[in-house]
Design a protein around this ligand. Structure first.
Ligand SMILES: [Zn+2]
Length: 103
């Protein structure tokens, strides 16, 4: 005599560490706002700014620099790519000033 095998639904454990309430953030632009590391008073705003710079008394605007901007203290934090670009543009500007105003 054989006993029928009781069909059980596959048990899904909900207490595994992989199904915890850990939130997964989508990669890309929709990151959470970051609290300003300079003043801690406000969340940074992802924005694009024209950043003024000056060298030897000559002023220039580095246009369209994307940064995380703090509305409370004015701190602007550039990511690596934008920081590199900004640094290059400032370097070019300083070369131009040096060319036009040789020592
Ligand atoms: Zn701030």
């Amino acid at each position: 005599m054989t006993h029928p095998i009781e069909a059980r639904p596959l048990e899904v454990r909900s207490d595994s560490p992989w199904s915890s309430s850990k939130r997964v953030y989508p990669s890309g632009k929709e990151t959470n706002p970051m609290r300003c590391p300079a003043c801690g008073a406000a969340d940074l705003i992802h924005t694009t700014h024209d950043i003024p710079t000056d060298y030897r008394g000559v002023s220039a605007i580095i246009s369209a620099v994307t940064c995380e901007f703090c509305p409370a203290c004015g701190e602007a934090i550039l990511d690596r790519e934008q920081g590199d670009r900004y640094g290059r543009m400032v370097g070019q500007f300083r070369h131009q000033v040096d060319d036009q105003h040789p020592l």
